[in-house]
Write a new protein. Structure first.
Length: 274
């Protein structure tokens, strides 16, 4: 549990190295899966840091063996509490709104990715300004096809439509950090043991630029992306995933997931036994 300026966090911690502040996902037994609480605490921490003049650059990383294994879906598809399509869309849209706040954040944001970075965690990285990955990081999409519009459509601006389809069409697709950098999903990759020091050094160089200048530089580049459709595309994920969640085949997978859990569902899916 981390306490920062009268705020208590249970799923993240803030590590200050002013002018750099690290937001560290810290749900290590779950490979830093992003629960509702983690989303809430991440938003709160970034809101607090936005008004802190000492924090000029914010970097996001994961504790332990992974950056993040994606959204925590444990119990999310319980048959007894399954959401209707309208509520489902609204909840998915809320997470996209959280990530858009990172896109619009007035300070530079850096994702420092090691280990696993899967599913919605890859989407969070897309919204960050800069992504640096370990050479051996594993970046990919969920191992069972429960959705289809939330993650890889936003990869298109970075890797192109054909590579986005290559990832999307194969459940459990993975690329390593070097490939992610070659494709343009990440800025570059470095050996895992050099990741944090590399990001730290870059953040300190960035912090030498006055904050007002950095804010306008970011806004100028983001506006180009927005004109190209990035902001328009982002909310589509909530609609497409909510729609797919109502399909018969995904409902069937949800039933298996609800009854047997994620590991057994993945095993059955891969064995064509579901």
């Amino acid at each position: 549990m981390a306490t920062t300026e009268n705020r208590t966090y249970e799923t993240i911690r803030l590590d200050r190295e002013d002018p750099l502040v690290w937001i560290t996902f810290d749900r290590q037994p779950q490979l830093n899966a992003m629960s509702h609480q983690l989303h809430e605490e991440l938003t709160d921490a970034m809101d607090m840091l936005e008004g802190d003049p000492k924090a000029k650059v914010v970097a996001i990383r994961g504790a332990g063996r992974a950056f993040s294994s994606g959204n925590d879906i444990d119990g999310a598809f319980d048959k007894d509490v399954r959401r209707d399509i309208t509520t489902d869309r609204r909840m998915i849209a809320k997470n996209i709104e959280r990530f858009l706040k990172i896109w619009d954040y007035p300070k530079p944001t850096i994702a420092a990715v090691h280990g696993y970075c899967l599913g919605a965690a890859t989407q969070l990285c897309v919204f960050c300004d800069i992504t640096v990955v370990a050479d051996d990081a594993q970046i990919g999409i969920p191992s069972i096809p429960l959705g289809g519009g939330y993650i890889t459509p936003l990869w298109v601006h970075l890797v192109g439509p054909k590579r986005a389809k290559q990832m999307s069409f194969q459940a459990g697709s993975r690329i390593d950090g070097k490939t992610a950098a070659e494709w343009g999903w990440a800025n570059y990759s470095v050996p895992a043991d050099q990741l944090e020091e590399n990001v730290r050094a870059m953040a300190l160089r960035i912090a030498k630029v006055p904050s007002d200048v950095l804010e306008v530089k970011k806004l100028s580049i983001n506006r180009v992306m927005d004109v190209q459709g990035f902001r328009t595309i982002a909310p589509y994920g909530a609609e497409m995933d909510a729609l797919l969640h109502e399909s018969a085949v995904v409902q069937r997978l949800m039933d298996v997931l609800s009854e047997h859990g994620i590991k057994e569902t993945i095993r059955r899916y891969e064995a064509d036994d579901w």
